[in-house]
Design a protein around this ligand. Structure first.
Ligand code: C5P
Length: 227
């Protein structure tokens, strides 16, 4: 059985990571949440006062990159794979609105992308991975075995993300979640380095009116047809 590289790219909060996790579980592959890594760098920048108001101290952040260590490791209590930033489990804090508000600006910094793309290539080089992000099929693994591009109606995305955040006890509103999603999409689409694009060989999936189960079934059928 060939160990495939499966790339899942698309807009914010379309359910990419849900699909990626479900597919990885069924195929017994490793799920890699590349958005968590950008969120981890954003958290580092916030914690180290490298973001002051609207200004990001880009040069200082670029100089600090060697000090930023990101690992996916099992949390000993839950047994789930979480993101660790310099040894601390940050899986929950990186989902907070403060991080979401700045992450796309951090992800537009060339040096940040170079570091994370290199590390993602290393993690996926032996295959057996489902990687979710924005530039996986275009930049990280242009030769991925299978590429999906996920989209959904913005309002449905915002409602889903709001429910998810509320269930974690994060207080926010539909309006601000929707605004954040649209701002991130815009920043991600228009940046110079690794912009969010649908490559011609990516299969489009619109999750607006799919249930989690029917979505998984659809993606698995495509995988089975091809391999
Ligand atoms: O996937 P998630 O919404 O957690 O990603 C957070 C942010 O990280 C995105 O809005 C985008 O700016 C950035 N990102 C990226 N490239 C990736 C994954 C995420 O630029 N491969």
């Amino acid at each position: 059985n060939k160990q495939l590289i499966i790339a899942i790219d698309g807009y914010s909060a379309c359910g990419k990571s849900t699909i990626a996790k479900d597919v990885a579980r069924i195929l017994d592959y490793t799920f890699i949440d590349t958005g968590a890594m950008y969120r981890g760098v954003a958290l580092y920048a916030l914690n180290n006062q490298l973001i002051q108001g609207d200004v990001i101290l880009t040069d200082q952040l670029a100089d600090s990159l060697p000090e930023i260590q990101l690992d996916f490791k099992k949390n000993s209590e839950t047994g789930k794979r979480h993101l660790f930033l310099n040894g601390t489990d940050v899986e929950e804090i990186i989902r907070r609105p403060e991080v979401a508000a700045v992450v796309s600006k951090i992800a537009a910094i060339k040096e940040v992308r170079h570091k994370l793309v290199a590390s993602q290539r290393e993690m996926g080089k032996n295959g057996g991975v489902v990687m979710d992000g924005r530039d996986i099929g275009s930049v990280v693994f242009p030769d991925a075995d299978l590429k999906f591009f996920v989209t959904a109606d913005p309002l449905i995305r915002a409602e889903r993300r709001l429910r998810e955040m509320q269930s974690k006890g994060i207080e926010t509103s539909l309006e601000s979640v929707l605004q954040n999603l649209q701002e991130r999409d815009q920043t991600d689409r228009t940046r110079e380095e690794g912009p969010l694009i649908q490559t011609p060989d990516a299969i489009l999936i619109d999750t607006s009116h799919f249930t989690r189960e029917s979505q998984l079934e659809h993606v698995l059928n495509i995988i089975r047809e091809k391999f």
